[in-house]
Design a protein around this ligand. Structure first.
Ligand SMILES: Cc1ncc(COP(=O)(O)O)c(C=O)c1O
Length: 293
């Protein structure tokens, strides 16, 4: 396990390592855009892996033969979808069978108890070459003090240690001590508090936006600290521009659809890990903007 300044640094180390031995990566679509950026920035070719089929059937054998790595974000940002134990077991078996590396970004895992099974047990049992990027920065985003962890199987056979030591020596002990205290607090009930807090903010957002024609939430089951809002007749970028007039900043979803940005045209993503009062004011501004259509 290699502790990094952030999960993006862990991702950069993984991307550089992958580019030394493979050419193509199958990456879940949509997902957080800097994952695609860092893989592409290191010369890797990306193949989109549509999210819904990923949760159902086996991966296509021709796809597995054409890539060196399958990369999944679970729970995913922005959809909140979680790869279940059963699905991970099968995906790992398939990747092992075809000699494909299985990489996971689990930065949002803390928010969703459905993702609290032992991923390492499943991955190790399969014999697959695996990498997991863990993150404390989404759970405890305090002043950007965070740790991204690059965890890998003994059989990975990529130069991650060498590239890690090219970039850093280690994370500040001050940050590690803080993360340790946050973890102890989480274990003593803080995590459940956080889940209740996010669920209450999500319920508030949904209640404020309820009844607006053509406005829906595409991820009804999500427990991640983000919520997508779909608007039929305005683009996310148009809503973003109108919201700025109210000093409210929300994220248009185009970049998450890294292979086909127009698929994200009509969605906007709100961050839920915010103090409830300012979030409620922001959502009221959003309601106002959407009512004026
Ligand atoms: C799934 C996922 N992975 C990685 C990152 C990158 O995190 P950081 O900016 O802390 O490096 C993000 C940021 O939002 C993310 O959503």
């Amino acid at each position: 396990m290699l502790s990094c300044y952030s999960s993006s640094v862990a991702m950069e180390i993984l991307s550089r390592s992958l580019s030394e031995t493979i050419e193509s990566v199958a990456l879940v679509h949509p997902t957080f855009d800097n994952i695609a950026d860092l893989l592409r920035g290191n010369g890797l070719k990306l193949v989109p892996l549509a999210e819904d089929p990923l949760h159902g059937d086996d991966l296509d054998v021709s796809l597995l033969k054409s890539v060196g790595c399958v990369f999944l974000t679970t729970p995913n940002n922005p959809t909140g979808k979680v790869v279940s134990r059963e699905r991970l077991t099968r995906l790992a078996e398939q990747c092992a069978e075809h000699g494909v590396i299985l990489a996971l970004d689990t930065s949002f895992r803390g928010f969703d108890t459905r993702a609290h099974y032992d991923h390492y047990e499943v991955l190790n049992a399969s014999g697959v070459r695996w990498v997991v990027i863990e993150d404390t920065g989404k759970l405890w985003p305090t002043l950007d003090l965070k740790v991204g962890m690059l965890v890998h199987s003994e059989n990975l056979a990529l130069p991650v240690e060498k590239i890690y030591s090219d970039i850093l020596l280690g994370v500040s002990p001050l940050i590690l001590a803080m993360v340790r205290r946050f973890s102890e607090d989480a274990a003593a009930g803080g995590l459940e508090d956080l889940h209740r807090f996010i669920a209450a903010n999500r319920a508030m957002v949904r209640a404020e936006l309820a009844g607006l024609p053509g406005v829906t939430v595409p991820d009804p089951d999500s427990r991640a600290s983000v919520e997508r809002v779909a608007i039929d007749d305005l683009t996310g970028t148009q809503v973003w521009a109108k919201l700025r007039e109210h000093n409210v900043y929300a994220l248009p979803c185009r970049p998450f659809h890294w292979a086909n940005p127009s698929e994200g045209d009509h969605t906007l993503r709100l961050a839920l890990a915010r103090s409830t009062d300012p979030l409620a004011q922001s959502v009221r501004a959003l309601r106002h903007v959407l009512k004026q259509r």
